[in-house]
Design a protein around this ligand. Structure first.
Ligand SMILES: [Zn+2]
Length: 417
């Protein structure tokens, strides 16, 4: 990237120094502060850093960080360096940091916050965009995700050269992607239907059957997919079936992997070379990690919203060493990044936890306790992660936590693990 204008070069140098200072001061990985400082010196830094590279943006409500990691691994099978914001810093400053820390990388796989996608499309001129799903986040109302979908639709319509890889099973995603010039549809599945009962185009009731979904009134229906997730298998665009056999657990991650393979193949990656790279991914920013603590094996899962909890229940119920019977700790906070309103807890069905030893912690443990009582799930209230560990026998423990609760637990049990 020797072609960068002098102001941009100065900005990345200063930003890099700020990031290193931040790391030295123990304030996280420095990936945001460096970008913030760089952008103050050169406000158009992101478009300058993106120029001349093959940029892939990844967005959606759930699975962004994991899919970004998987796409990075799949693109990496092409044998060239790939820049990425691996730690989920998904606003403009995080993208700047990712690109400036890998000056020479010809590829960049960047997680983007769903609200910022149109602006980031404008600034980075991506070659491809991966659209995973759209559902209520803890802070959103349904109207807001419809607004996000409309803005995406406008952005794709204005950038017909950009290729989109989209989940055909999510009606809102399918509607938003419908304006793009070139869409690769993936049958990636959708477990959470609560935010997509209505047609995004005309507002009528959507019908669902084994073939997918379609509007009862207008012509909107599930697009036919070129890539399909079928159980543990991926069916590629040529119809070849391969077993995924990922290290990452759960159906949501199998969907993410198929999306990753679909986008990598747009860039010429060979599935037989990309798939082994996906299997090497064992944890993503501390998620899915197994940590030893006083003779217990803790498995950490992050779930930030109703759809995310459903995915986490799938992981703990169907996979891993416990066979779906290990004690489960649920931890919920309501600090800024979590959203202060915990009413979304009522959107989750906890009855799948019946028969397991359930423990409840976090600043909003009483909100969760009330919710579990309504579902007639017995539970024990505990003060923190160590109290939970002491309350269960040696062996596996599954932990599902929302954002700041997850970070607190990681700090306690050690980031190195
Ligand atoms: Zn309709």
């Amino acid at each position: 990237m020797g072609k960068l204008p002098i102001r941009a070069r100065v900005a990345t140098t200063i930003g890099g120094a700020a990031g290193r200072m931040s790391r030295l001061a123990g304030r996280g990985d420095g990936s945001v502060i460096g970008g913030v400082v760089g952008l103050r010196v050169a406000p158009d830094l992101l478009s300058q850093l993106a120029a001349g590279r093959q940029i892939i943006l990844v967005t959606g409500t759930n699975g962004k960080t994991t899919t970004t990691r998987l796409v990075t691994a799949a693109i990496g099978s092409l044998g060239q360096e790939v820049a990425t914001n691996a730690f989920g810093a998904n606003m403009e400053s995080g993208l700047v940091s990712a690109l400036s820390s890998a000056h020479e990388a010809p590829y960049a796989v960047l997680e983007v916050d769903e609200r910022h996608l149109p602006a980031m499309v404008k600034q980075t001129s991506p070659r491809a965009i991966v659209l995973l799903n759209l559902s209520r986040d803890q802070m959103d109302r349904a109207a807001e995700i419809w607004l996000i979908a409309r803005r995406w639709r406008e952005a794709f319509g204005a950038n017909p050269q950009c290729r989109v890889v989209a989940n055909a099973d999510d009606p809102l995603i399918a509607w938003a992607a419908g304006s793009a010039g070139d869409v690769t549809w993936v049958a990636a599945g959708q477990r959470w239907h609560e935010d997509s009962w209505c047609c995004p185009d005309c507002g009528s009731h959507l019908r669902r059957d084994e073939l997918g979904w379609r509007c009862g009134e207008c012509s909107l229906s599930r697009p036919s997919a070129r890539w399909v997730l079928d159980g543990d298998n991926v069916v590629d665009a040529a119809g070849t079936v391969r077993e995924l056999r990922l290290a990452l657990p759960g159906r949501a991650n199998r969907s993410n992997a198929v999306m990753a393979l679909a986008v990598a193949s747009l860039f010429g990656a060979d599935v037989d070379q990309a798939l082994p790279e996906l299997r090497k991914v064992v944890s993503v920013a501390g998620r899915y990690t197994s940590v030893q603590r006083r003779g217990r094996t803790l498995r950490l899962l992050l779930a930030k919203n109703p759809a995310g909890w459903l995915e986490a229940f799938d992981v703990i119920g169907t996979s891993g060493g416990s066979g779906g019977s290990a004690p489960v700790l649920l931890a919920v906070n309501a600090q800024g990044p979590d959203g202060r309103d915990t009413s979304w807890l009522w959107d989750v069905d906890y009855r799948v936890l019946a028969g397991r030893h359930v423990l409840v912690a976090g600043e909003r443990s009483t909100d969760l306790a009330v919710r579990l009582e309504a579902d007639e799930i017995p539970f024990d209230l505990v003060d923190d992660i160590d109290a939970a560990v002491d309350a269960v026998p040696a062996g596996p423990v599954d932990i599902i936590a929302n954002y700041t609760a997850f970070q607190q637990i990681r700090t306690t049990v050690g980031r190195s693990a």
